[in-house]
Design a protein around this ligand. Structure first.
Ligand code: 16G
Ligand code: ZN
Length: 544
């Protein structure tokens, strides 16, 4: 480690007292002007994590996703590309909060952590870092790098501007292949485009069935998706990126992007409600780890195809391939959702498709950890975060099948398709670009229009309300956030209200990203859903 004098000088350059940080569902995320301290300490922590993981590369992403342009944040990605292990989230929080006291508190805590974890601070480590397009990114990167440099043998690979899922993917691949080709964003493009080429060749698909319009939220997804698709024969001339002004910081997520479209249930700025040619539209969020689709029906009405619709599409597709090769008994297929999943989607997956559904608390890491219990685990939040994960057993069973010389050609074709799909999907984390290609591939193979996809089931009318309360930490939940344990008595009141409506459901939970409580309600009609949401919100307000 650096000598005490240099360390103290660096500390004083970046760290300020008076703020309390918490590593939440999406890492640290605040207004960019309070982030320098936590960037510095996260630089230290990411280096320690890599040394602890025997020098394997740890990823770091500087982003605040769909938040407004003046926010920013940072999260650490573990070597396999998944979110940071839970126990380290508390180390990250505690190290940051020691630094907001003074230098002595910071160095005492750091020494204690290093000692408890048995870390040799002079050992080698590797960090791969990237950032989204926010204006504060370069400044925060400098604070991070200064933190990581207090450990002398940490090697940094700075990928510059990437989407969040690109960083997850490159972190994981960088650890898998030590001596292969350079693991950079061009490697990412090649991997996913060659899977796309293999799938379309296998299925005889020659062109996209409709025009594709991508709303890139004026974020980093815009230049990355253009760079990837514009030279490709399938996409060149068949797609258009709107809200691609990623170099104007104030326009990020403004009147566009997945969050805007899902929350307001309307088209983003820049996409017209026209119907002059077959078309499918989608919106990314600011760091392109989340996507929703939509189209306008024959009357020009906006129709949303959200994370629930993606989960059902993938589940149905994989179910049909598994049964076509008689693997439905040997390979388990399951869907993971959260309490925000529309009740109709859950009903459709369980009752119509007969596929088991598990519900977890909100936040990608919870869904991901549950999904890996299946051989094919499909997980999506209604808001469009999600992906599909395939087990080791899946790989083994499929490759065994492929090497069996007695298989029929149709079985071989289906097995190849399964194998190629596992390459088209970014299994490390939800990825707007990879999910988009996965959905387009499934629709092309099935010959489905967006209308046909939408008709599989009809959403129950629903409403999400944000309620400001004096202290959201008193809202404690159980049963995957579907019931309140505290404040005492409140759940009983919600249950009594729900009983007044048909096919109704409502739950209340504290937001992990905003200082508010969220109320969700769904019922059989729009009026009933609105009325239930409003009555539950009133009860919450009166109880607080
Ligand atoms: C974060 C989560 C997202 C979740 C959202 C809920 C990740 C990468 N992101 O953005 O999955 O849906 O928080 O926000 O896990 P809320 O707690 O404010 O409702
Ligand atoms: Zn995001």
């Amino acid at each position: 480690m650096l000598d005490k004098g240099t360390l103290e000088r660096l500390f004083k350059t970046y760290c300020k007292p008076g703020f309390t940080y918490a590593y939440g569902t999406a890492g640290f995320r605040y207004k960019a002007d309070v982030l320098d301290t936590v960037m510095f300490t996260t630089g230290v922590l990411a280096g320690l994590r890599s040394i602890y993981m025997e020098g394997r590369t740890v990823g770091v992403m500087i982003t605040a996703s769909h938040n407004p342009p003046e926010d920013n944040g940072v999260k650490i990605v573990d070597p396999k590309g998944e979110m940071l292990e839970q126990s380290w989230e508390s180390y990250a929080t505690d190290l940051a909060n020691s630094a907001t006291q003074d230098f002595t508190a910071f160095s005492v805590f750091l020494q204690k952590l290093v000692h408890e974890l048995g870390i040799d601070t002079n050992a080698p480590g590797n960090i791969a870092i990237a950032r989204d397009s926010r204006e504060s990114g370069p400044r925060l990167l400098r604070a991070f790098l200064s933190g990581s440099r207090i450990l002398p043998n940490i090697r940094i690979t700075d990928h510059g501007l990437l989407t969040t899922p690109q960083l997850h993917f490159l972190t994981s691949k960088g650890n898998e292949q030590q001596n292969g080709p350079a693991v950079d964003r061009f490697f990412y493009y090649k991997e996913f485009l060659s899977a796309w080429d293999d799938i379309t060749a296998l299925c005889g698909i020659k062109s996209l069935p409709y025009k594709l319009e991508i709303d890139a939220a004026n974020g980093i997804g815009a230049p990355r998706v253009k760079e990837m698709l514009s030279a490709h024969k399938f996409f060149d001339g068949n797609f258009r990126v709107v809200n691609d002004d990623w170099q104007t910081p104030a326009s990020l997520n403004h009147l566009c992007g997945a969050d805007y479209v899902k929350t307001n249930q309307r088209l983003p700025h820049g996409i017209q409600a026209k119907n002059d040619c077959p078309r499918i539209c989608c919106s990314f969020d600011g760091d392109a780890d989340r996507i929703v689709f939509y189209f306008c029906d024959s009357k020009g009405q906006f129709r949303l195809l959200d994370g629930d619709k993606m989960a059902t599409l993938f589940a149905k597709f994989f179910q049909s391939i598994l049964s076509s090769v008689n693997l439905q008994e040997s390979l388990s297929l399951g869907v993971v959702q959260t309490a925000y999943a529309n009740g109709s989607s859950t009903h459709y997956i369980e009752q119509v498709l007969g596929i088991p559904v598990t519900c977890t608390p909100t936040g990608v890491k919870h869904l991901h950890h549950e999904a890996i219990n299946h051989d094919i685990g499909v997980y999506f939040e209604a808001n469009g975060h999600g992906t599909v994960v395939f087990s080791k057993k899946f790989d083994e069973v499929v490759s065994r099948g492929l090497s069996n010389r007695h298989q029929s050609s149709s079985t071989l074709q289906s097995l190849r398709l399964l194998s190629k799909f596992s390459n088209l999907i970014n299994q490390t984390v939800g990825d707007a670009i990879s999910d988009m290609m996965g959905v387009l591939a499934v629709l092309s193979i099935l010959g489905w229009s967006p209308q046909k996809w939408d008709l599989e089931y009809t959403d129950l009318p629903n409403k999400l309300v944000k309620v400001l309360v004096p202290d959201r930490t008193v809202y404690k939940t159980t049963n995957a956030e579907r019931q309140l344990l505290s404040p005492p008595g409140l759940q009983g009141k919600i249950d009594a209200l729900v009983a007044d409506y048909q096919h109704a459901r409502s739950f209340v939970r504290a937001s992990g990203t905003e200082d508010a409580v969220r109320v969700y309600a769904e019922a059989s009609t729009r009026e009933e859903a609105d009325s239930l949401a409003s009555r539950v919100s009133q009860v919450v307000k009166h109880n607080s």
